[in-house]
Design a binder for this molecule. Structure first.
Ligand code: SF4
Length: 373
């Protein structure tokens, strides 16, 4: 099995925290579409296994696409790959784009999983994040999606936002989890360079949230989501039983996927490939049949470190016996001795599984770096 990702690089405007590649100029859609369709065709041979189990429209804002264009993209994918009859077809959408007609048309095209960018259900927070919707818009979008027959809906939330109190966060969590959703992705805010929020921080317009409050919000997330039977399966991902994202789970299991569109990444034939993060250059190179991506061949050490990183981000953790089977006893001994340098409150070793504790998950990046071989 393999997966397909399509990066739609358009947004109506830029949210203050966002460093994903996107532009606020939908006129470029006329250049983008032929380039994307050609990329889908010319890279079809890259995958070892052309049986596709997941298709994921991400961005940017896929819901900025016209329905006709989504249909053309899907047709191109169906023409060049074998798509399983029960493939998961996910589509990221912003609440302000999801009117009933658009939702019905998406459903008719075969989209069977929606990932809706709520981010918060507090209007002050939404303004601070420069989102284009209100809390009421966000709630209506999920309710309408459910009414239109979507029974696999994911909501995205952000916590750790400056001035987000514990009470505000708990309210957002309860309101979100009462909606007809089956999956939740909740991310701690990262203030990245080259964002409006980073510049505002440098100008002392706000202060970052206190570390202790951040951790409290993470613990609230774990506790409150579980009371709605939406349980954590990866650091930032939670679902009802049977509703884990197949597409993301495939990434974490290092299954091959092809990413189309500017800035999309791919993994195939032991390589990672990175498309240029520049729409004009992407279109120009594809038109001239010149390379529009760079590749990096993975070494054994890259595989080991990816396995450590991706496994520890999941609640399943690392199975030491499987690790030894895959990478040998020398690497396993190295991993075990690195584990001894980690504070014991951050991980548990049970029945051959190494798993991060809640505290460990919260600071997972620094722990994982210490375990790299
Ligand atoms: S957060 Fe999403 S909607 Fe906002 S600018 Fe980034 S990609 Fe666009």
């Amino acid at each position: 099995m393999s997966g397909i990702y399509i990066h739609i690089p358009f947004c109506k405007s830029k949210c203050s925290y966002c460093d994903f590649y996107s532009i606020a100029n939908s006129k470029k859609l006329t250049d983008f579409m032929p380039a994307l369709l050609k990329e889908i065709e010319v890279r079809k041979e890259c995958l070892t296994d052309k049986n596709i189990e997941t298709i994921y429209f991400g961005g940017g804002t896929p819901s900025q696409l016209y329905i006709q264009d989504i249909e053309i993209i899907l047709n191109q994918i169906y023409t060049h790959f074998q798509i399983k009859a029960d493939a998961e077809i996910s589509f990221e959408a912003n609440p302000d784009d999801l009117n009933i007609n658009y939702l019905r048309a998406l459903k008719n095209l075969g989209v069977n999983r929606l990932s809706i960018g709520l981010q918060s259900l507090n209007d002050d927070m939404l303004r601070f994040l420069r989102r284009r919707h209100t809390a009421d818009d966000a709630i209506s979008s999920v309710e309408n999606a459910d009414k239109c027959g979507f029974k696999n809906i994911s909501a995205d939330l952000i916590y750790g936002i400056p001035r987000l109190s514990e009470k505000m966060w708990q309210e957002t969590l309860h309101k979100t989890l009462k909606l007809p959703i089956q999956h939740l992705s909740a991310y701690h805010l990262e203030i990245e360079e080259n964002t409006l929020m980073y510049r505002q921080l440098k100008e002392n317009k706000f202060q970052v949230i206190d570390e202790e409050l951040s951790f409290t919000q993470y613990c609230d997330l774990l506790e409150i989501s579980s009371t709605y039977n939406i349980n954590q399966y990866e650091i930032s991902n939670f679902s009802k039983l049977g509703y884990q994202s197949k597409h993301n789970s495939a990434y974490w299991s290092r299954i091959e996927y092809l990413g189309f569109g500017p800035s999309a990444h791919s993994y195939y034939q032991n390589k990672r490939a990175f498309n240029v993060s520049d729409l004009d250059l992407y279109c120009k190179q594809i038109k001239k049949s010149q390379p529009h991506y760079e590749t990096e061949t993975l070494s054994v050490l890259d595989h080991i470190n990816e396995a450590i990183m991706l496994s520890l981000r999941t609640v399943d953790g690392i199975n030491i016996n499987d690790f030894e089977k895959d990478f040998g006893s020398t690497q396993t001994e190295k991993l075990k001795s690195s584990l001894k340098t980690i504070n014991q409150s951050n991980y548990k070793l049970e029945n051959a599984y190494v798993r991060l504790t809640n505290k460990g998950m919260f600071v997972s990046d620094s722990i994982i770096k210490k375990l790299f071989i």
